[in-house]
Design a binder for this molecule. Sequence first.
Ligand SMILES: Nc1ncnc2c1ncn2[C@@H]1O[C@H](COP(=O)(O)OP(=O)(O)OP(=O)(O)O)[C@@H](O)[C@H]1O
Ligand SMILES: [Mg+2]
Length: 291
Amino acid sequence: MRVTAVHQDSPLRGAPPAIRLDHASFGYGGRPFTEGVNLSVAQGEVVALLGPNGSGKSTTVRGLLGLTDHIAGSVEVLGTPLQDLADRSRLGYVPQRHTLSSSVRSTVREVIATGQLASRPWWRRATAADRATVTEAADTVGLADRLDSDVATLSGGQQRRVLIARALASRPDVLIMDEPTAGVDAANQVVLATVLRRLAALGVTMLVVTHELAALRGIVDRIVEMDAGHVSFDGTPRQYAEHRAAVSRAADAGHHHHYDVHHHDDEHDEPSGVLLSGAGPMDGPVEDGES
Ligand SMILES: Nc1ncnc2c1ncn2[C@@H]1O[C@H](COP(=O)(O)OP(=O)(O)OP(=O)(O)O)[C@@H](O)[C@H]1O
Ligand SMILES: [Mg+2]
């Protein structure tokens, strides 16, 4: 069920995938947690990584960054094996559950600029182009007017946007975000979704771990779901909606089996209405299989 967003006539056709995991296993202290993970993200593609708490999403994305133990399988970033990737700044990363400490006094501009340190030799000062990139990154996340604010005075949602801008400041080819919308209120989720939509339109490749798929409606090209350290689904948002509908029908059938034996019209069931409505498959809650 391999699907890519790169169309036949795309100039990216033939380009190596931005990310390619082949039977990858990552873990801690030399012991694997994820096993046999196959995951490929084409350049320019936006992939959502879903799955219950503890299923291995962070272990996998942190593995891609060399932050968890790489135990088996191959990991390639932009066609280069991870261990040979000299310039890690080609990967931008927004970690999970991370806001900025309120005890450190720094401005939005300073925090965003730290995103450039890894890609600049220690002896070279920021150039005018570097400074322009910082301003541009702040603008992309809608914080251009807060560049000189103390980060401690920003809300949690605004701080998440500062961290996205910091990841953008090194002009990464691939942006990996671990739950960028977690703990962000509905209004700010809309703002963040707008940021992600803007990045997608710019052609930034994104791998986004999330529990809030609805917030990313229309942005995501492909959905990968993990369960207990394995990939349990990989397909388009439409296929995912069908998959969820099938799971929930199966659960319903199990539920009603003992007292609803005359109900035999399962094979005549229409596909889930949400798929057929103009609103698209990403509308509404997706975690409704347990009802
Ligand atoms: N630093 C660590 N050392 C040892 N085990 C860890 C470490 N970090 C995570 N784990 C374990 O790895 C497993 C997978 O955790 P992971 O953080 O990848 O889950 P997740 O899918 O990101 O969950 P969540 O949705 O809660 O963020 C868990 O059982 C967790 O306890
Ligand atoms: Mg996690």
